[in-house]
Design a protein around this ligand. Sequence first.
Ligand code: MEV
Length: 317
Amino acid sequence: MRTTTATAPGKVILFGEHAVVYGRPAIAVPVTNVQAIATLTDGPAGAGCSIAAPDINAHVRLAANPSDPLALAVGLAIQETEISSEPDWQLSVTSDIPIAGGLGSGAAVSTALAKAVLVHVAHCRSCQPDLETVNRIVFAVEKLHHANPSGIDNTVVVYQQPVWYLRGQTPQQFKIGQPFQLIIADSGVASPTAAVVSDVRRAWQSDSSRYDEIFDGIGSIAEEARQAISAGRVDSLGELMQENQRLLRLLDVSSAELERLIAVAEESGALGAKLSGAGRGGNVIAVAASENVVEVREALLDAGAAGVLVAQVDSYS
Ligand code: MEV
């Protein structure tokens, strides 16, 4: 009996959400303070393959529910191996990444499961599975969650690196000139990505020239932000976040609660703040000079944020 464990981090989008679905660039970074953990244990002969996710009270059998998102991640990973019949495995996945909060919980769960399968089959505890394969699997599962994912969430979670992402192109890592801290505040409002992405699509279909202009503006901000981050000009990120948030409001993906948390962050010393992910709920991110980070974090907690993380943005090797 062998057991294999694999993990995957959360993520935040720094700049460019929604516009990235329409081919504009975006920047996302992993959030390693939170993670999904998958465990795979060999079961008795004939037991078949089952997957438990106790956090969401889910228990699926691979053979009976092959298109369930948990089963699909495992099933697609098995297809990448030499295994040709259902293995006798018990998988379990847990996660402390808030669900439907814009932190990539679905992508992280799929990534941890797919990695556990590939590492288990490779019989090597410390090896890394082929990340391009894992990314392809997780992207396929993301398509179940929402019909038209850009691919940014799976990419940043699988590679665990800050990414500069343009749909359809090989994701690029980029230089972090000076590591900085990001304050991530959870509004506590669950907002499934699929619903918000399809509302934006409907709006774009009804007035594409107006929406394309907004997406262009967001893309230019992402471009400027990339240059600022690479040059270590963290100070200029605040203003870029404010400008990105102004355009996200025009897309109608903000909410009163997100605006309240953004105002609290800015009034307590953040250089700028914006929503992150699909919006309407989920998380707000803020950037602050290092001496103000604690104050901003406390102000957000006092204002009722469901949780506040402080994540370091850096290149990981
Ligand atoms: C969701 O985390 C980010 C969106 O841009 C959707 C996507 O990129 O697929 C809203």
